[in-house]
Design a protein around this ligand. Sequence first.
Ligand SMILES: CC(C)(COP(=O)(O)OP(=O)(O)OC[C@H]1O[C@@H](n2cnc3c(N)ncnc32)[C@H](O)[C@@H]1OP(=O)(O)O)[C@@H](O)C(=O)NCCC(=O)NCCS
Length: 166
Amino acid sequence: MKYKFKKLDFSDAKAITESANNKNVAKYLRDAFPQPYTLKDANEYINYAVNSKNDIIYGIVIENFVNGCISANFRNDVYKKSCELGYWLAEKYWGKGIMTLATKNFCDFIFQNYDINRIDAEIFAENIASQKVLEKVGFEFEGLHKKKIYKYKKFMDAKTYALIRN
Ligand SMILES: CC(C)(COP(=O)(O)OP(=O)(O)OC[C@H]1O[C@@H](n2cnc3c(N)ncnc32)[C@H](O)[C@@H]1OP(=O)(O)O)[C@@H](O)C(=O)NCCC(=O)NCCS
């Protein structure tokens, strides 16, 4: 299935709200991704995306609407040559290979355009789909962090993965 990246703008707020307002999408994301997800949340996120100097954030356009997002958060200090990857996709498009391809293309773009030697991601250990995306793109498993996550009044393990510049 075809997709395109786009820089977010406020005209994307409605579409983002429609796909982000889903418990299944939020289940393995940080509390910063609210649930329920309102139009106000989408506008705040877009405002952050438009103005942030520390992040590259793209909307993932499928069938003319933003149906997910992918981001790189650039670190500072001694970590300034690395960034953290994040992504989510509307549930109706899961399992079609979209995020594997989008992640591969996004990481290639980051390495080609930024002075970064490492892209990493931290996932909920239960998040098999995300684990598969990272492994298929070439990320290496770096470690299990026991009970690092506390969400829905439950402790959960986290896993970290990294892609190092060749
Ligand atoms: C994780 C997520 C981005 C995966 O996107 P996707 O486009 O469905 O992924 P792909 O289609 O490229 O699939 C990657 C692999 O995961 C598998 N997969 C997809 N959904 C799955 C699910 N719910 N459970 C188990 N495996 C799943 C696919 O079958 C594929 O494996 P395969 O190649 O062995 O068949 C998507 O499920 C999502 O947005 N989840 C909610 C937000 C989230 O968890 N973000 C990641 C935070 S780190």
